[in-house]
Design a protein around this ligand. Structure first.
Ligand SMILES: O=P(O)(O)OC[C@H]1O[C@H](OP(=O)(O)OP(=O)(O)O)[C@H](O)[C@@H]1O
Ligand code: HPA
Length: 178
């Protein structure tokens, strides 16, 4: 699997450090609150489990599965709700955990959904932000890394459903793309 990687952008150590930094900020900002942490599957699975363990607060956790890339390198333009979360959002402080904000379509869809469901507040923590990809005007409140204009894989992010289990984030060799 490592043989398919052209370069590593963020090592396991880099990711660990950024999770600690974000966890501290979130702990401070949400003092006295019990937010619902909403992890956006599948990409955010590893980031979620690492960052929540750096948050020193009572939190609830939930999961929402949405999809728009269907394994490819470009957004289909439509966000499909694959599996909804179960928690009652009304009146709650919601912290959405994303792996990457690229076009912003996925995030806009989820933030709008939380607002429609009468959340008290909605904030977003993303491991990576790719501002060059943005189509919709939406930004995260907590950002780990600002990534260059490249398709990244690993640590939850896939190409054709593969590479999610790489422990780091990297870029694939050009010959891997069909
Ligand atoms: O800002 P956007 O352009 O909307 O892209 C970001 C979203 O795209 C990826 O999800 P994907 O649709 O690939 O589903 P997955 O997480 O199940 O791989 C990624 O995990 C983000 O959720
Ligand atoms: O760069 C990316 N890599 C993997 N999945 C993604 N979904 C949006 N952008 C990306």
């Amino acid at each position: 699997m490592d043989n398919d990687i052209a370069k590593v952008l963020y090592s396991q150590e880099d990711i660990k450090n950024v999770c600690q930094k974000l966890g501290k900020e979130i702990t401070k900002d949400y003092a006295g609150k019990t937010p619902i942490i909403v992890s956006v599957l599948k990409g955010a699975i590893f980031f979620t489990t690492d960052v929540v363990r750096e948050i020193d607060l009572n939190t609830e956790m939930d999961f929402i599965d949405v999809s728009s890339y269907h394994g490819g390198v470009a957004s289909s333009g439509e966000v499909d709700l694959v599996t909804d979360m179960g928690s009652d959002v009304a009146g709650r402080d919601i912290l959405i955990i994303e792996d990457i904000v690229d076009t912003g379509r996925t995030l806009k869809y989820i933030v709008d959904l939380m607002m429609q469901r009468s959340a008290n507040s909605v904030k977003v923590c993303t491991l990576m932000d790719k501002p060059t990809g943005r189509v919709l005007k939406i930004d995260a409140d907590y950002v780990g890394f600002t990534v260059p204009d490249e398709f990244v894989v690993g640590y939850g992010l896939d190409y054709k459903e593969l590479y999610r289990n790489l422990p780091y984030v990297g870029v694939l060799k050009p010959e891997i793309y069909e």
